[in-house]
Design a protein around this ligand. Sequence first.
Ligand code: GLN
Length: 485
Amino acid sequence: MMTDLTELTIAEASAGLKKKEFTAVELTEAYIANMDKHRNLNAYVCETPDKAIAQAKISQEKINSGQGGDLEGIPLGIKDLFCTKGIATTACSNILKGFVPPYESTVTANLLQAGANFLGKLNLDEFAMGGSNETSAFGPVINPWSKDVPLVPGGSSGGSAAAVAANMCAAATGTDTGGSIRQPAAFCGVTGIKPTYGRCSRYGIIAFASSLDQAGPIAKDVTDCAIMLKAMAGFDNKDSTSSQQPVPDFCKVLGADIKGMRIGIPKEYRVDGLNSEIASYWDKAAAMLKDKGAEIVEISLPHTKYALAVYYIIAPAEASSNLARYDGLRYGNRVDGEHLDDMYTNSRTAGFGKEVKRRIMIGTYVLSAGYYDAYYLKAQKVRRLIRDDFIKAFEKCDVILTPTAPSAAFAIGDESMQKDPITMWLNDIFTVSVSLAGLPAMSLPIGLNHDGLPLGMQIIGKSFDEENVFKAGYCLEQQAGFKRK
Ligand code: GLN
């Protein structure tokens, strides 16, 4: 009997394709069958199976003639925040329903260039604002690990993480502004990496907070993340913040000896009331790395306690400015009114959801005269202090190990999460400081909690040192031996 092709990692599938064990079309069809089977999860908001098959046929010809890129014939899911030429792109917002971009984002263009085919667009929190995928105009995504009650997949890349966990794509793109790759990866028991700010081009990715947004992969394991990131990353003259740094072959460091690697444990992250299972997995993860020859060092990130406050000033400020372009004239939905101003108001009132409106309100407030100095400028200063903390800490260590999130996946509609927006925002406690500092960080599954739900560990690296993150991540993955769903 042929094994289920959707169980294969990208590395395994690529090897199988080269050895002619199956064809690219068969691989793609297997994923399409799983998309049908798991449609109840609501992971995809737009499916493009015909395009994927057509692309797979082209890939097969290349494979037959011994050609093809690193992702030749590999079926991927794309977060619906990436503009895809000729394919509806909505950011899961009503204001963009019906928008079909006339161009391709650089990251997705890079993936196509590497030979991948796209199965469709994946659900997310509206404009990537959220941590549970519940703010999507297409409704929530269900975490494949749910048992009796439907659980959130995390957010904002909830569709991406759920689709990877349920084998509805070989890997997916995500974006991370304050944790949106890492936290959903943790909640769904898969692996994701937010690279250094500037590693991937932001061209054609619908903007949330431009100084924080970064693209990265969510995949079945560390190796697949390495393959994906290499294909996605690189300088792009269409994004002035994209970096000229050469992109290393991240796969080369996988399996390398970590003897002597210094692993920093930030003492401030042992927050009061930290979930005891998460704390114990954190200790175990450090012990696993130590077993392999790493040295564990205590470090201090004293300004971490301000990170959430800083993030929830800076991100909404940038969002309010970025989202000013949705005026009913240029993109998507329009709701007419008597005068031009009414049309703006009506379109934005109907088009944006509650969380997006909340962020626009906060953003315009902190940028307004009188409050700009009190909030925005101060937040920028503290942001620098947070970055300086990391620079100092990295004098003593090579990577930093922390939990990814303070909890496992919670129930959709969980009352304690809904009672005020701050509770949901607190879930970002371990991820936002990394984003403010622009550093690379990976989340990988470490084990299950008492409810049988996955928990994630985060490995943070120095600027443009994804290689040490991959090295430590691969080692931890081998040690932990986590079984994918
Ligand atoms: N949960 C965070 C927020 O709501 C992060 C979102 C993201 O990284 N896109 O802003």
